[in-house]
Design a protein around this ligand. Structure first.
Ligand code: IMP
Length: 196
């Protein structure tokens, strides 16, 4: 049985392979289907985008497909940037631009609680999809720290830790992250479906 991970983000693929036990499956990614155009992520929720990506890639390849969509949800900003996390500072923008905007929006706010949330969707070749999610709660600090990871990692200190995601070793981030938790939930829920 073939499973296509619906992403062309090498960083994400690395994290997924570090966590998900794909034994017995032929796993490939959107990198292996260069002729398939990128899926437009225009959903209004993480769920909508994850389902759209999984379903479009499953239908285009004739394989099962797994897709994820993640975002940072900041309590004092009503859950923003959320589904708009990648393009918070406008389009195109860098991770540094997004981090700078987040710090501007939170200036003077005492509530700096936030969570990362990942939704993973799995679609069969006919386009029937289901989802699971994983969250990681924490705090947004006042200035970036650390060089590991990507995105908002330098500003996010996960609950129970003193270091940011960008200061923690990758193995520790992969143990507690929203994506890790969603992948564990995916494995628990879908391993029987994905058994060859
Ligand atoms: P994606 O859906 O996984 O591509 O995530 C969308 C955006 O959310 C990314 O461009 C990042 O800005 C942010 N994001 C998602 N996951 C993480 C993470 O693990 N660390 C930091 N930022 C993240």
């Amino acid at each position: 049985m073939n499973l296509v991970i619906a992403t062309r983000n090498a960083h994400k693929l690395e994290e997924i392979h570090a966590i998900f036990d794909f034994r017995g499956l032929e796993v490939c990614s959107a990198f292996d289907f260069p002729h398939i155009p990128d899926v437009v992520e225009d959903g209004e929720t993480l769920e909508a985008n994850a389902v759209k990506k999984a379903v479009e890639i499953a239908r285009a390849t004739g394989c099962w497909s797994m897709a994820d969509d993640s975002g940072l949800e900041v309590a004092a900003l009503g859950g923003a940037p959320g589904v708009y996390s990648a393009r918070y500072a406008g389009e195109p923008c860098s991770y540094a631009d997004n981090n700078a905007k987040l710090l501007r929006e939170l200036a003077g706010r005492s509530d700096r609680t936030a969570r990362f949330r990942t939704v993973i969707a799995l679609s069969d070749p006919a386009g029937n999809a289901r989802t699971v999610q994983g969250c990681c709660a924490g705090q947004i600090i006042e200035a970036p720290r650390g060089t590991n990871g990507f995105g908002y990692d330098p500003l996010f200190v996960p609950e129970g830790h003193a270091l940011t995601f960008a200061e923690l070793p990758a193995e520790e981030k992969n143990r507690i992250s929203h994506r890790a938790r969603a992948l564990h939930a995916a494995h628990a829920a879908w391993a029987p479906l994905l058994r060859p």
